[in-house]
Design a protein around this ligand. Sequence first.
Ligand SMILES: NC(=O)c1ccc[n+]([C@@H]2O[C@H](COP(=O)([O-])OP(=O)(O)OC[C@H]3O[C@@H](n4cnc5c(N)ncnc54)[C@H](OP(=O)(O)O)[C@@H]3O)[C@@H](O)[C@H]2O)c1
Length: 423
Amino acid sequence: MKKLKVGIIGFGTVGTGVFKVLQNYKEITVKKIAVKNLNKKRNIENFDEKLLTNNAFEIANDPEIDVIIEVAGGVNPTFDILKTAINNGKHIVTANKELLAKKGSELFQIAKEKNVVILYEAAVAGGIPIIMPVKTILCANKISKIAAILNGTTNYILTKMHEQNLSYETALKQAQELGYAETDPTGDVEGFDAAYKISILSTISFNKKVSIDKIYREGITKITAQDIKSAAELGYRIKLIAMGQVLENGKIDVRVHPMLVAKKHLLAKVNNATNSIMLTGYPVGDLILTGPGAGSEPTASSVVGDLLVLASELEYSNAPLPQSICHHDEIADQIEIGETFNEYYISINASNNPGAIGIIGTICGKNNINISTIMQKGVKDDNTAEIVVITEKSKESDVQNALKELLQSDSIKNIDNLLRVMN
Ligand SMILES: NC(=O)c1ccc[n+]([C@@H]2O[C@H](COP(=O)([O-])OP(=O)(O)OC[C@H]3O[C@@H](n4cnc5c(N)ncnc54)[C@H](OP(=O)(O)O)[C@@H]3O)[C@@H](O)[C@H]2O)c1
């Protein structure tokens, strides 16, 4: 194999992991590493500080560098750096899901014109191989559905809320203390990170560009200890699910929101920071891949894997790998959340009078919603009761209309939560 020269942009959790793993490959030389702060102490044995630069464009413009590994994150200035590198004929390996979700189409278009490739196994579910399998060995399939746990931080918080009966706030604090959640956890807990990942995964799975702007997204910040408890009593676990499916009419339904997942479902058994992807395709059927969705070494596994595939291919040809070209030609016709059909969990705070359950039943019936379970959770000091309803499959817009109508009734004090259900 000819010697490959790489430049690494970013030397944090993932970058240092990649650098360490690359020490095992004599045929690969790391020529330069870009960081933000040259004064930061780098705890790596025998590390030559002369490799560092605080000008990433130096790497993007270096004629000797064949491949850029981008593990800095964010859109600015990363997009401009990668655009420059691609225009200079360099191949890209990246872990940056935000950049791909927001600017992927543009980057892939320039890469196509320049006959270079962008590989991004690490951008979705860290150490779990999913991008390359979908593009290579699963290419004989028509993939119709993905349901996945793609964010370790939220899965860790929900697991602790369930196991230790914690509030969301306490579980988040614990996760921050243990390094599972960032000081500003917004990207994870509000579902942005999972939305970036499902936009990338559903685009390559359904062969249509899924727009990040049209993905319905809801995080886990409104989940209460009571929701977790009620869900458990009903035989469910609450998980942040990223899902994508092709409907019978060809439209695409992609969203991220918490769901009650039946205990027997494999995704309900995925705990702590682990990620899991369930994929349904023809002819393969149902597949499930589970493993570490983040972390220095698991993510380095995917980054270096991409790099080695590229290195071996470049030995034989300078043409891009066919499986690494991303199809963005056809735009997905994505549906709104109101058009989706789901089973629902509705937690209602109602006056403790005999008519409340009847009112809920009547209003649901009027809005085409069949109730499969209704449960009253005791009476509070203010003489209100918590009523939990599980519905049969219903249209989201009908459910939203029913909730509005319920709130107009004197007997209904509040809708505490609405979650979708996966059996
Ligand atoms: N962490 C994970 O487990 C994981 C898993 C999958 C994917 N990813 C993705 O991988 C990427 C990196 O994540 P990370 O956790 O490794 O981040 P990180 O620990 O915060 O490291 C970011 C690195 O990028 C450098 N950097 C920031 N801005 C830069 C700029 N303008 N020019 C040059 N270098 C710059 C920083 O420099 P300084 O060191 O000087 O601050 C730092 O070394 C992100 O896109 C993330 O979404 C991460």
